[in-house]
Write a protein that binds this ligand. Structure first.
Ligand code: AMP
Length: 470
């Protein structure tokens, strides 16, 4: 027990006495009602604090405040945190600290982070590099859709942290390219998305290649029965952290619904972007064809637009995202899978050009804006066909979303509702058992969610994946 407040600190066996003393000195014991905590009080090393400071972060976000001390203490974590809460730094910073002293001999993979999409893997890797700027830690990303050779070369050179999507990682494991038996920390990021995308089998296979004794961190925006089951199997007496109510949307996002006829959505969107002088807008469609069509139309309207979806090669996706982040394109039209986990700093506008089939996707979509304490708006253009989808979303949110009407775009009452086609636009690996059952069987340049697509789509898809490899 330390200090008058009588808080017990568990001292794990794996840290040296000096590190323990530093952490005890650095971490002030807190009481409810204390002023906001600063990063200095979390027990992070000077190099990490310096990197954080360079990012301009003034204080830790709630997930960082709660997760970092537990992770530094060696506990498993079950964290309910959606994207935009600062969760990446929440696990990356303590991970970098714990990887402080590399054992002598060749570099081994000591931390493994699994993410549902390539974009998220790339972003997490970027965070590891940003926060680990002053630490001698080597990290790399591994995902499909690109040639495996450069990845193999990098692995062979030695790496401490691997950030991977499950499919390609498993290919490397099976081909003996990578050894995961020295992993000390295993992170499942956006675990709910991974299960939705049919990755559960791959995840279980990967776990078989990890050592029994390791620290496990599971991050998920939502907690389904499946996530609970996975957590029960994976985690050992985890510290449970919840920073946002289940399925709650980010508080600071202003949400609005604009009722409009399907055929006039594009016109309305162009007008909103123009009139509002919106400079950076992420627009969601349900299908990749819809994304391409809309991007073309907006370009014709004089609004620079690009599309990002699973039908595009990795090079095109990376470029689209880079141009959007750099302000070269004003609008990025995305499908749900492609946009998963995208972190775009200060993104002020998200538009649901079409509502998603799965209400939880709405929460993920609008989580792209108002990240880490900034304001943002999420606008949904809703036609008569989508009333049921809107109701499902409002049921999930447990409240109605405010409606606004734009003069000149009044809904034509003569138009009858038609069911929204699921078909091809259905979310890969979604509720149907087929998507899940097939997951894990595909190999090669695999993309998340591709398994659940129909055969024709898969053929077309593999072709585009191959062409992006050459
Ligand atoms: P994440 O939820 O990890 O995707 O992070 C969302 C965004 O929050 C990223 O752009 C981070 O750079 C940013 N961020 C992370 N931690 C902080 C912090 N303590 N203060 C301000 N911004 C942060």
């Amino acid at each position: 027990q330390f200090g008058a407040r009588g808080v017990t600190l568990q001292i794990p066996a794996w840290t040296g006495p000096q590190a323990i003393c530093e952490r005890i000195l650095a971490r002030r014991i807190r009481r409810p009602g204390d002023n906001p905590m600063s990063f200095n009080e979390l027990g992070l090393s000077a190099e990490l604090l310096r990197a954080v400071k360079e990012q301009g972060y003034e204080e830790p976000t709630p997930i960082q405040r709660q997760a970092i001390p537990h992770i530094l203490d060696g506990h498993d974590i079950l964290a309910g945190a959606q994207t935009g809460t600062g969760k990446t730094a929440g696990f990356t910073l303590p991970m970098l600290q714990l990887l402080e002293n590399p054992p002598s001999g060749p570099r081994r993979v000591r931390a493994l982070i699994l993410t549902p999409t390539r974009e998220l893997a790339a972003q997490v890797n970027e965070s590891v590099h940003t926060y680990g700027k002053y630490r001698p830690v080597r990290a790399m990303e591994i995902y499909g859709g690109v040639s495996p050779r450069p990845q193999i070369t990098k692995i062979k050179r030695g790496v401490d942290v691997v950030i991977a999507t499950p499919g390609r990682l498993l290919d490397h494991v099976r081909q003996g390219n990578i050894d995961l038996s020295f992993v000390e920390m295993f992170v499942l990021d956006e675990a709910d998305r991974m299960l939705d995308m049919g990755f559960i089998r791959d995840i279980k296979q990967i776990i078989k290649h990890l050592p029994e004794k390791r620290q496990n961190l599971l991050f998920s925006a939502t907690f389904s029965k499946e996530i609970r089951e996975l957590a029960n199997k994976l985690l050992d007496h985890p510290a449970e952290i919840q920073v946002a109510a289940r399925n709650a949307t980010v508080d600071r996002v202003e949400q609005l619904v604009y009722p409009v006829d399907k055929g006039r959505k594009r016109e309305l969107l162009s007008e909103m972007i123009g009139r509002g002088n919106w400079q950076q807008v992420l627009v969601f469609t349900r299908t990749k064809h819809g994304a391409n069509r809309l991007a073309k139309q907006l370009n014709q309207d004089g609004i620079t637009t690009d599309a990002i979806h699973g039908g595009k090669g990795q090079g095109a996706r990376t470029k689209a995202l880079r141009d959007f982040k750099a302000g070269k394109t004003r609008v990025l039209v995305a499908t749900d899978i492609a946009a998963r986990g995208l972190d775009i700093q200060r993104l002020p506008h998200v538009v649901n050009y079409e509502l998603p089939h799965v209400p939880e996707d709405y929460v993920h979509r609008i989580g792209r804006t108002a990240r880490a304490g900034q304001d943002g708006t999420a606008v949904s253009l809703v036609c008569i066909d989508e009333q049921k989808l809107l109701k499902d979303i409002e049921k999930l949110l447990k409240r109605a979303i405010k409606k606004e009407y734009v003069p000149g775009y009044e809904v034509d009452k003569r138009i009858k509702a038609e069911p929204v086609q699921k078909g091809k636009s259905r979310r890969p690996g979604g509720p149907g058992p087929a998507g899940r059952k097939k997951a894990g069987k595909a190999s090669g340049a695999r993309r998340p969610g591709k398994n659940a697509r129909n055969n024709n789509q898969r053929k077309r898809f593999s072709k585009s994946a191959r062409s992006s490899v050459s």
